[in-house]
Design a binder for this molecule. Structure first.
Ligand SMILES: Cc1ncc(COP(=O)(O)O)c(C=O)c1O
Length: 449
């Protein structure tokens, strides 16, 4: 007769051994290894001065905010000079009213993607509004501009196509292009000669140069797409869109502009860098955000030719596989477009504040990148320890009640450490003057001016 007791004992022992071993391996040994690797990586980030602390704000987003920093300290009121709240709409009473009304009428969420049951009449209304604003055929909404850029290149380009992209384009463009099978060319930042060289390469068939000796046939690109930010967020400089459009016409290419740092406030009527450069109606694809000047909550869009937008509705993965934009954001965004079309006051105030700040900072001797945009980079390139100086200046400014952030390598090129100041229509003249005086005091103390 078989010894069932011994059999059961062996079975249970093996089971326990296996289970404990597995548990130990997974929860202790394996995690110990992962934990070690991750701590090493975090230490590297800290040592290179790139660890990003989050400062906790206790108030709504506006010019003067209530902040806890460093962690555990008493909250203090500081003037905010580092948000993308260009027009001050983040706490605008008409926007908040529209948000409340939309919330009451359309509810909190849609629990669906657009093509199943996530499209309300207000989504269509906002898309029409955006298309009219940019004088394009149609527009499509996304949860963010990151998603708009993430979902455009793969959907509209093929392996026979070429994408030619500015070296300093935003991370979301870089990531979006990575998803496409098209050949990628990178041109030097805002350098039209470099762009033209890449256009020639793409048109003639770059394979001649890449695979010499392999008898590869020239493989000219079928369609070419030039991609650029309208305004570059680290320098506040503006893409040379007039020349980009001219080159695109010469080489039969399309143009995509991400106008996130210009939509709503830049150009005569707020139609962005596209309007500022005089190419409204000539850009094939525009991507932008609702998360900066247009109220600052979240949301993004792509506007352009009918077929392009139709194709995006069929193929763009962040649109097809991610939730509809929340009704409350859609309703408030329609109100933002209403506000901008009614009056130029906020735009004019922003531009006046920008001029005042730029002139005053230049007058007291700071080294700023020349432009007309409310992104004002204060550079420390004349100094050996530029990164250290940018960080110390930002820290001392906080003590003076001015909230700004320093950026250094590798976020910006070596020797180009900076404080990026962002001006808003929410700032009063006194706020601007207080900021300039604080810079002057700290700049003199640290021998920067
Ligand atoms: C040029 C540019 N494109 C896209 C984005 C992403 O926008 P969103 O916050 O809507 O994802 C940003 C935001 O920083 C940006 O500066």
């Amino acid at each position: 007769m078989p010894d069932y007791t011994a059999y059961c004992k062996e079975y249970i022992t093996n089971f326990c051994y296996f289970y404990i071993n597995n548990y130990f391996e997974r929860n202790f040994i394996m995690y110990q290894r992962t934990k070690y690797d991750m701590r090493q990586e975090l230490n590297l980030i800290r040592e290179s001065g790139l660890f990003k602390d989050e400062r906790v704000i206790l108030s709504d987003q506006k010019a003067n905010i209530n902040v806890i920093y460093p962690d555990g300290s008493t909250p203090r009121e500081v003037l905010n000079f580092c948000s993308n709240n260009y027009l001050g709409l983040a706490n605008n009473s008409e926007m908040i009213k529209a948000a409340h009304e939309t919330l009451d009428k359309y509810g909190f969420g849609l629990a669906s993607v657009r093509f199943i049951c996530g499209t309300q009449d207000i989504h269509k209304k906002l898309e029409d509004r955006i298309a009219n604003f940019y004088e394009t055929d149609d527009a499509i909404l996304y949860s963010s501009c990151y998603d708009a850029n993430g979902g455009v290149f793969e959907a509209i380009t093929h392996q026979d196509d070429a994408i030619i992209t500015d070296k300093l384009n935003h991370a979301s463009i870089i990531d979006g292009i990575r998803l496409s099978k098209a050949k990628r060319f990178i041109y030097e930042h805002n350098n039209m000669q470099s762009l033209e060289q890449k256009l020639i390469l793409a048109r003639e068939g770059e394979d001649i140069w890449e695979h010499t000796g392999l008898a590869a046939e020239p493989h000219p690109a079928r369609n070419i797409l030039i991609v650029t930010d309208g305004v570059f967020s680290m320098d506040g400089d503006i893409a040379n869109l007039k020349e980009i459009v001219r080159l695109a016409n010469k080489y039969d290419a399309m143009v995509l502009v991400d106008d996130s740092h210009a939509t709503g406030f830049f150009g005569k009527t707020g139609r962005g860098a596209i309007e500022y450069c005089g190419v409204l109606g000539e850009i094939d694809i525009i991507t932008s955000t609702l998360g900066k000047a247009m109220g600052g909550a979240s949301g993004g869009f792509t506007a352009g030719k009918r077929e392009i937008i139709q194709l995006l509705r069929q193929r763009s993965r962040p649109y097809l596989f991610s939730n509809s934009l929340a009704p409350v954001i859609v309703g408030a965004s329609v109100a933002a477009f209403d506000l901008l079309e009614k009056s130029n006051d906020l735009r004019e105030k922003l531009m006046e504040n920008t001029r005042h700040f730029r002139n005053s900072m230049t007058k007291i001797g700071f080294d700023i990148i020349e432009s007309v945009h409310p992104i004002v980079p204060i550079l420390f390139r004349k100094f050996e320890h530029d990164a250290h100086l940018a960080a110390s200046t930002a820290k001392d400014l906080y003590e003076e009640g001015i909230y700004v952030v320093g950026f250094s390598y590798p976020v910006v090129p070596k020797g180009q450490a900076r404080i990026r100041v962002q001006i808003s229509a929410a700032h009063s003249k006194e706020d601007i003057e207080k900021c300039v005086s604080a810079f002057e005091k700290v700049g003199k103390k640290l021998n920067v001016i």
